[in-house]
Design a protein around this ligand. Structure first.
Ligand SMILES: [Zn+2]
Ligand SMILES: [Zn+2]
Length: 448
C-alpha cells in the first residue's frame, strides 16, 4: 500500500496526460456529479485499504460521455488478479474505488452516440476499455487502446500505456468496476457484446476475461499441432489454457501447481482426463520442476505458459527482496520456464507482473534461443465473438470452471475465502438482486 500511495502522490504532482477521449477517474459514483440525482442507491464492492473490501451504498451511475452505456449487473465474479489489488501491490488504488473487471447484465440506458446496443439487451463487458478507433484498436489490440487511460505513471514505467480497465485502480484509468449492481461502460458499442438467448449469464459472463485471456495466451504464444505444452498455475486461466492447447493440436499438456493450490491438479484433471500434472510441493528429493519436466518430456516441452503471477515468492531471497522493495515481482517461475523448455522453445507470460524483477536468467534466454513473449493484457474484443460461437457449439463449457455461486452482499467474505485459496473454489459466479435463478448445470447459492 505504501507504494500505491506514493504513486498517487507522484501522479498528482506530475499530472495526467491528455490523450483520453473519455472521462477517466470515475472510480466511484459518490465522487463529483457522476451519480444520478434521483436519489436511487446501489450496492458496490469498494477497496478500503490493504486486505479490506466493503459493500457500500452510492448513487446509481449516469451517462457521463456520449458513448456511455449504463448496465444493470446480473452476473459478476472475483478474479485472481483482484487479489493483487486486495494486497495493494497494484499502484494507485484509492479508498472507496469500486472493484470488479468481469461482469454481465442488462442495458438500462445509453448515451446519444450509442448505436449497436440498446436498452433491454443482455450483454457482457470486456475488461479492457477500448475506443475502437485509435491505431491499436483498429488492429484489434484493444487492451492497448491509446484513448482510455491518461495515467502518466503507467507511461513513465512502461513507456506506453495499457487501455483503461474496469475496477483496476487509477493506474488503468480509474474506472468503477462491475462488482456492483450498476456500472458505467464507456464506449458501450465497442466494449459490450450482446448475449443470445441460448447462452445463460453463467456461461457468457466469462467472456469478460478468463475465456479470452486463456485463449490469447495460447494463440499468442503460438501453440500448434504436435506441441508439448507445460502450464504453470492450475487456476481458471491455466485450466482453460490446457483445454485450448489441446484444441490447437498439442499432443501433451502438463499442468504444474502445488502447495495450497495442489487440489486444483485433481480438479482440472477431472475435467480434462488426458492432462498430466506435476505437484511442485511434492517433488522427489533433489528434484526441481525443470528436472522433472526433462524427465517426463525428453529435451523439454516446446512451449511454457505462465498462468500464475509474479507476486508469490517461493524462496527466501525473493521473499525478502520484495519485502524490502528491491523488486516488485519474483523471477522464479520465469527462470523455471526458461530452463525447462527445449532450445528455441516459446514462453508466454499471462500471469500478472507489475514492475521489476531480480536474478532473471537472461544468459539462458540468450544462449538457448528462448522466445520470451509477454502476452499483455488480453485484447478481449478480438476473440469474444469466436469464443461465443464455441460456447454455442458446446466446444467449450465455461461451467467446467465454476464451482460456487454467492451473493454480491457476501463479497468481503468471498475476497477472504479467495485469499485463503479455499479448497475447491475455482471460479465463482456472483449474483445480484437482478440475477435469474441458477441456469442448468451451474452451482446453487452458497452462504459464506
Ligand atoms: Zn479477471
Ligand atoms: Zn482505441
Amino acid at each position: 500500500m505504501a507504494a500505491s500511495q506514493a504513486a498517487n502522490i507522484v501522479e498528482k504532482v506530475v499530472g495526467h496526460n491528455d490523450n483520453a477521449t473519455v472521462t477517466t477517474d470515475v472510480s466511484n459514483y459518490n465522487k463529483g456529479a457522476y451519480g444520478q440525482e434521483t436519489g436511487e442507491k446501489i450496492k458496490a464492492t469498494t477497496w478500503q485499504g490493504k486486505n479490506s473490501v466493503q459493500i457500500v451504498e452510492m448513487p446509481k451511475p449516469r451517462v457521463v460521455d456520449e458513448g456511455d452505456v449504463i448496465v444493470k449487473v446480473t452476473g459478476s465474479t472475483i478474479c485472481g488478479s483482484d487479489l493483487h489489488l486486495y494486497h495493494g501491490v497494484i499502484p494507485q488504488l484509492e479508498k472507496g474505488d469500486v472493484l470488479g473487471h468481469e461482469f454481465c447484465g442488462v442495458v438500462e440506458s445509453v448515451g446519444p452516440t450509442v448505436k449497436k446496443v440498446k436498452a433491454g439487451d443482455r450483454v457482457v463487458a470486456a475488461f479492457p476499455i477500448a475506443c475502437g478507433e485509435c491505431r491499436n484498436c483498429k488492429e484489434q489490440l484493444t487492451s492497448a487502446c491509446e484513448r482510455t487511460n491518461e495515467n502518466s505513471i503507467t507511461n513513465a514505467m512502461y513507456g506506453k500505456r495499457t487501455a483503461g480497465m474496469f475496477g483496476y485502480s487509477h493506474f488503468t484509468g480509474g474506472f468503477a468496476g462491475g462488482q456492483a449492481e450498476y456500472v458505467r461502460v464507456p464506449y458501450g458499442d465497442v466494449n459490450l457484446l450482446q448475449l443470445p438467448a441460448d447462452v445463460p449469464d453463467e456461461k457468457g459472463l466469462y467472456l469478460s476475461d478468463v475465456l479470452a485471456t486463456a485463449y490469447h495466451c495460447v494463440v499468442d504464444t503460438g501453440v500448434k499441432k504436435g506441441d508439448v505444452v507445460a502450464i504453470w498455475g492450475g487456476g481458471p486461466i491455466g485450466q482453460m489454457a490446457a483445454e485450448y492447447s489441446f484444441s490447437q493440436g498439442a499432443t501433451r499438456v502438463i499442468l504444474i501447481d502445488g502447495g495450497e493450490g495442489a487440489w486444483r491438479l485433481d480438479f482440472v484433471t477431472s475435467k480434462i482426463p488426458k492432462l498430466e500434472t506435476i505437484d511442485f510441493s511434492n517433488l522427489p528429493r533433489g528434484e526441481s520442476i525443470t528436472s522433472q519436466l526433462k524427465k517426463i518430456v525428453p529435451g523439454g516441452p516446446d512451449v511454457a505458459l505462465e498462468c500464475a503471477a509474479g507476486e508469490y515468492a517461493k524462496g527466501w531471497a525473493h521473499y525478502f527482496e520484495m519485502l524490502l522493495g528491491m523488486e516488485t515481482d519474483t523471477s522464479e517461475i520465469l527462470n523455471e520456464m526458461i530452463t525447462a523448455v527445449r532450445p528455441f522453445g516459446r514462453i508466454g507470460v499471462t500471469g500478472v507482473y507489475a514492475g521489476y524483477t531480480n536474478h532473471f536468467n537472461i544468459g539462458a534466454l540468450m544462449q538457448t534461443g528462448i522466445r520470451f513473449i509477454g502476452n499483455g493484457q488480453a485484447p478481449v474484443q478480438k476473440y469474444w465473438e469466436h469464443l461465443l460461437e464455441l460456447i454455442r457449439r458446446q466446444e467449450i463449457n465455461p461451467l467446467d470452471m465454476v464451482t460456487h455461486r454467492v451473493s454480491l452482499e457476501n463479497m468481503p467474505e468471498l475476497y477472504a475465502a479467495f485469499e485463503g485459496r479455499d479448497k475447491g473454489m475455482q471460479k465463482v459466479y456472483v449474483q445480484t438482486r437482478f440475477s435469474s435463478p441458477p441456469a442448468e448445470g451451474s452451482p446453487q447459492l452458497t452462504e459464506l
